[in-house]
Design a protein around this ligand. Structure first.
Ligand SMILES: Cc1ncc(COP(=O)(O)O)c(C=O)c1O
Length: 271
């Protein structure tokens, strides 16, 4: 089946619900304290891309927060249930709360404009791995990330480019960032405390397959501003090339970003 009508479904603890009618109790720790973890999974032509990687990352987030291990078999069955009969592009979200509630939702992919102009914002909550166990956890408390995005919009950008207290370029509030400079793909190291992005893994694999050298490391804003192409990626969008950071225009030609976007998108569609 296709069409938007199928794209608003949910399962709460294994029970089907229409998305707008699905509920979680106000006493649930996920609601009351944002205590829990989540995943956002891209669905391409009806198929969830790298679902196992997402479920494993969810388990890692729960473990890092000392929360009970989620029932990955049950969550996988929930995902299959909401995707039954779906053959279009969509977004699946998977939540496991501190109260043990599991929620899976299915909806259309975002229609809002892709972020192309970023404004740097401090992200003091991003701590280098090894200094804070929760670095990189996709927790259900995304308020700092969303607030950084709003601050960037108030400053005239589309979204935020998060920079750590130490001055290292980290990621976006809901997407990974990397850039091309002199033929090499530069990816902020996961050890910075950023989310271990699954689309970033796909971009890196695509680059390696195309013979592009890849380095992971720590760089300041000046490195991103001097890049030949800056890419942003998330599980639910095509890979995108940025046009500006902090009002500084980036080069218009983005050949490698375009090529990487093509390869990633073909893989998402199983081609
Ligand atoms: C803070 C943050 N960084 C990066 C990403 C990109 O991760 P992925 O490629 O797995 O979607 C996300 C996705 O939600 C995120 O929230």
């Amino acid at each position: 089946m296709s069409g938007n009508s199928v794209l608003r479904r949910a399962r709460v603890d294994g029970r089907d619900a229409a998305l707008d009618a699905a509920t979680v109790g106000v006493l649930d720790d996920g609601f009351a304290r944002g205590d829990g973890a989540f995943e956002t999974v891209g669905v391409w032509d009806g198929a969830p891309f790298r679902l196992l990687d997402h479920l494993q990352r969810l388990a890692a987030s729960m473990d890092a927060a000392s929360l009970p291990a989620p029932d990955l078999d049950a969550l996988r069955a929930d995902v299959e249930a909401v995707l039954d009969d779906v053959s279009v592009d969509a977004v699946v979200r998977v939540y496991a709360t501190g109260s043990g509630t599991r929620v899976v939702t299915l909806e259309a992919q975002p229609e809002r404009e892709a972020p192309r102009r970023l404004i740097s914002q401090p992200a003091p909550w991003i701590r280098p791995l090894g200094t804070w166990a929760l670095a990189g956890v996709k927790s259900m408390s995304y308020l700092p990330n969303m607030a950084a995005g709003r601050a960037a919009q108030a400053a005239g950008g589309d979204d935020a480019l998060l920079v750590t207290l130490e001055g290292f370029v980290a990621e976006g509030p809901t997407f990974a960032v990397c850039w091309m400079r002199d033929g090499t793909l530069h990816a902020p190291a996961v050890e910075l405390g950023v989310v271990d992005s699954i689309s970033r893994r796909s971009v890196i694999e695509a680059a390696q397959d195309l013979g592009v050298e890849v380095v992971a490391g720590r760089w300041g804003l000046e490195a991103a501003l001097a890049a030949d192409e800056v890419l942003v990626s998330s599980a639910v969008r095509p890979v995108i090339a940025l046009t500006a950071i902090d009002g500084h225009r980036l080069p218009e030609a983005t050949p490698t970003a375009d090529q990487l976007a093509d390869v990633v998108q073909q893989r998402r569609r199983g081609r």
